[in-house]
Ligand binder design. Structure first.
Ligand code: NAD
Length: 419
């Protein structure tokens, strides 16, 4: 795994590559490549022993041409200004490619949450929400969960915002618990869009998904749901899965539900009895399978590892799992890569449905959420293919960025440049 790649540089490279196909003026390109603003703040929080802890935090608002900024908040020691800027940019293009009316944002606090009590984390979250208050709002900027944050943190942010604003505004945040205005289907949404884009890709390539062998790196929310849906809905054959403890493999197939139950019980996939072999993460990523789903962290496959990859199709459930060099190597090997900004866009799409339901104070059953999600993802996939074929583009990622950039440019041109 390569840690040396600067994610903001990767983002800028992807935008430049795509923009080159449609001819974008230098000034406009500069705007597409950089955030509109970044909040950097130092949060002073009283710790349980009475001392004061100071935590650096960021919120990047990348582009608001298509609607309110939208994107998660992560708690991690590795959070940096560059990472937050990159992630906020990816959100712009992700929302545009699935055509939901949002711009992109992202935030984070430099903290290892495992070192803090629930009370400290609540004070930290409420302190950040207070700093964010002038920037966020149902029509301004709508945060969501990301690495190490979930429904609990979202409910604290919502409660702080609503208390300070003296209002109710469930749509100020998404990823809430159902009782606080969350949406049915949100938990499965990212795995579901991963499954849907795999299905559409196999269909486009004339390959059969039933019986196709599948390897999944990262058996958390996104990876395990994708594996279960591929198995349940399409009879795909999930042969290998992994998590941070290592991987398990059975060439005749694992049981996606069984491995998940085992992981829930033991904390990891390692030691699952239905496996014939234990494999390392790098071994899993280079298995000769029909479909590889990286669903763990960014930069999982670098240029060197990409030379060993033998999968026919890669569907990126994780954000940024391939380095730009890996991308070049895989395109050269004719491996089809479905980019993260489409494959994992189910999460933000159902967040959008959550916000729509919050604004309407009218809640949908899960069947309607899944049906609307499928429509959005299939239409987005078809739009990507139209663009890929009509511009004769080298790969799906470039096509996704071209579609997205054209949508952002259209909105920006219609608004004009003012002041
Ligand atoms: P998660 O925490 O539920 O699962 C992550 C999994 O990856 C865990 O099983 C963990 O053990 C494993 N993992 C961590 N480091 C690993 C390593 N070095 N090798 C192999 N496995 C490793 O997280 P998630 O919500 O499933 O998110 C996974 C990825 O999907 C992230 O890149 C995230 O940004 C992206 N994503 C998630 C959502 C969502 O709605 N959950 C939406 C969009 C994108």
């Amino acid at each position: 795994m390569s840690q040396s790649v600067n994610p903001f540089e990767s983002l800028q490279e992807q935008i430049e590559d795509a923009a080159a196909h449609i001819g974008v003026d230098d000034g406009v390109l500069e705007r597409l490549k950089n955030p509109e603003r970044v909040l950097e703040t130092n949060l002073s929080v009283e710790l349980d022993d009475g001392s004061i802890g100071v935590f650096r935090a960021y919120r990047s608002q990348f582009n608001g041409d298509r609607g309110p900024y939208k994107g998660g908040i992560r708690y991690h020691p590795g959070v940096s200004r560059e990472e937050v800027k990159a992630l906020s940019g990816w959100m712009v293009y992700k929302c545009a490619v699935v055509d939901i009316p949002y711009g992109g944002g992202k935030g984070g606090i430099v903290v290892d949450p495992s070192e803090h009590s629930t009370e400290e984390l609540e004070r930290l979250t409420r302190s950040f929400a207070t700093e964010l208050r002038p920037l966020i709002g149902e029509d301004r900027d709508i945060p969501a969960p990301d690495v190490n944050t979930g429904q609990r943190e979202m409910n604290w942010i919502k409660s702080t915002y609503e208390t300070l604003e003296n209002t109710t505004a469930p749509g100020v945040i998404t990823g809430k618990a159902i009782d606080s205005g969350g949406s049915e289907g949100r938990v499965e949404a990212t795995g579901r869009s991963t499954m849907l884009t795999a299905r559409e890709t196999f269909d486009y390539l004339g390959k059969a998904l039933p019986g196709a062998t599948v390897a999944v790196q990262g058996y958390g929310n996104a990876g395990s749901v994708a594996a279960k849906l591929l198995e349940d809905d399409h009879d795909a054959n999930v042969v290998a899965v992994s998590d941070s403890s290592g991987g398990v493999y059975n060439p005749n197939g694992l049981d996606a539900h069984g491995v998940k139950q085992f992981k829930n019980r033991t904390g990891s996939v390692s030691g699952y009895r239905g496996a014939t072999e234990e494999v390392t993460n790098d071994e899993l990523l280079t298995l000769d399978v029909d479909l590889l789903v990286p669903a763990a962290l960014e930069n999982a496959i670098d240029g060197e590892l990409a030379r060993e990859v033998e999968a026919d199709v890669i569907v990126e459930a994780a954000n940024g799992p391939l380095t730009p060099e890996a991308d070049t190597v895989l395109t050269g090997k004719d491996i089809v890569v479905v980019p993260d900004i489409l494959a994992n866009a189910g999460g933000v799409t159902v967040s959008y449905f959550e916000w729509v339901q919050n604004r309407q104070r009218f809640y949908w059953p899960e069947s309607r959420v899944n049906q609307e999600l499928e429509r959005h993802i299939v239409e987005a996939f078809d739009g990507l293919i139209d663009c890929y074929e009509s511009y004769n583009l080298p790969d799906f990622r470039t096509a996704a960025y071209v579609v997205a950039i054209e949508r952002v440019l259209d909105a920006s041109a219609e608004a004009g440049n003012w002041p």
